[in-house]
Design a binder for this molecule. Structure first.
Ligand code: PLP
Length: 388
């Protein structure tokens, strides 16, 4: 075993990613879409059979699936299951924050340039609808300018909220959630985080990283089906927040299938008040299996593994003339994404595709995003392909 890597990697790959163990492709594109482990595929397939023939569905195919998903999601981030609302994507979680946190005319919410649109447009729309101001701070190089955020949080009383991505989708730069969250908490202002590019690659623990609301689709680093994800809402906040949308499952009365017509609009007292209506069970079934794999492997070993792979990419990029590293070299300021600008990004991307290396080109850079099931040998092969 190479230090830093997960033990029994071959066994894991053969069992959960057999196509990868056979060498069919090198998947370095978790920042776009994560592969489904075999256990998730099997669960989705088995559920699909029951779904197609509903007489096969049993009570355990409904609520228990959702309860398990909230527990597993909570465990991933050190939260309580009562603080988790299941969502179908990240955008909905961002909207929950933008439309339900107490904000109004005269208030400013700080964002940053360079943010993925899912963490910009909901805030712009909510600002228009609710009368607050959404302001994008300029970047510091390829990263959010944390010093500028802190200066404004600490020195501008109009600032009532901060809305940032934990990890940048294009540069891979990671912000210091503890630092910004602690400053927000000290001023009693809101901190909302889009965490989709980090959770699954690095550890996020809300017990040490003070966040008020967090949004995370599970389709990327969490290797789960499209349509699965979760939002976290801090315990002490939930009861005071009015959900921006109503349905029939967000109410405390929704559990009583014998009394639908006794309308009682009182919300659930936990984060289920944000869940609105029917959740895509077939996707959540897959997410449950994927999250259980992460938790079995251990979040710390997974983080170490991903960092070991990313470290090698960073070391290569730094040592290679003609390659510009967009991602901060300091491991504390990155997670799983390593973005590089080569002398000919288009040709290099073509070369990677020709050698079955899945990756993305974002903002003029080649974005490499390996995860817990990738190997150092794969990293070396990707480096080799880029060396041409
Ligand atoms: C930072 C960030 N947020 C959100 C998303 C996706 O949003 P959604 O899950 O709503 O499709 C992406 C996808 O690229 C992203 O990089």
């Amino acid at each position: 075993m190479t230090s830093g890597l997960l033990p029994d990697l071959d066994t894991l790959r053969t069992r959960e990613f057999p196509w990868e163990a056979r060498g069919e492709a090198i998947h370095f594109d978790h920042a776009s879409v994560g592969p489904l482990p075999q256990r998730a595929r099997d669960a989705v397939d088995a559920f699909g059979v029951k779904r197609a023939e509903p007489h096969r569905l049993r009570a355990e195919d409904f609520n228990p699936i959702l309860e398990r998903a909230r527990s597993l999601s909570a465990e991933m981030i050190g939260a309580n299951a009562s603080e988790i609302a299941l969502t179908t994507n990240t955008s909905w979680g961002v909207n929950l924050a933008a439309y339900s946190l107490p904000l109004g005319p005269g208030d400013i919410v700080l964002g940053s340039e360079g943010e993925f649109p899912a963490n910009v447009y909901p805030w712009m729309a909510a600002a228009r609808a609710r009368g607050f101001t959404f302001e994008l701070l300029p970047l510091a190089g390829s990263a959010t300018d944390e010093e500028a955020v802190l200066r404004r949080v600490e020195g501008d009383p109009r600032v009532k909220g901060v809305a940032l991505s934990w990890v940048s989708f294009w540069s891979g730069a990671r912000i210091d959630l503890s630092r910004i969250g602690t400053a927000c908490r000290a001023r009693g202002i809101w901190f909302a985080v889009d965490a989709i590019q980090g959770i699954g690659a690095a550890r996020l623990d809300v017990r040490t990283m003070p966040v008020d609301m967090l949004a995370c689709g599970a389709q990327k680093w969490l290797c789960s089906p499209w349509g699965s994800g979760f939002a976290y809402v801090r315990e002490g906040l939930i009861a005071s927040l009015e959900p921006p949308a109503a349905g029939w499952l967000a109410q405390a009365s929704s559990g009583d299938f014998g009394a639908f017509l006794d309308y009682d609009p009182a919300w659930h007292m936990d984060a289920r008040r944000f869940e609105v209506g029917t959740i895509p069970y077939q996707d959540i079934v897959g997410m449950n299996e994927s999250l259980s794999l992460f938790l079995e492997l251990g979040l710390e070993p997974v983080e170490r593994h991903v960092r070991t792979l990313a470290d090698r990419l960073v070391a290569w990029a730094e040592a290679t003339p003609g390659i510009r590293l967009l991602t901060p070299a300091d491991p504390a300021h990155r997670a799983g994404i390593v973005s590089v600008v080569t002398s000919d990004v288009h040709a290099d991307s073509k070369q990677l595709h020709a050698t079955q290396v899945t990756h993305s080109v974002r903002e003029g850079a080649i974005r490499l995003a390996p995860s817990f099931h990738n190997t150092l040998d794969e990293v070396d092969r990707v480096i080799g392909a880029l060396g041409r």
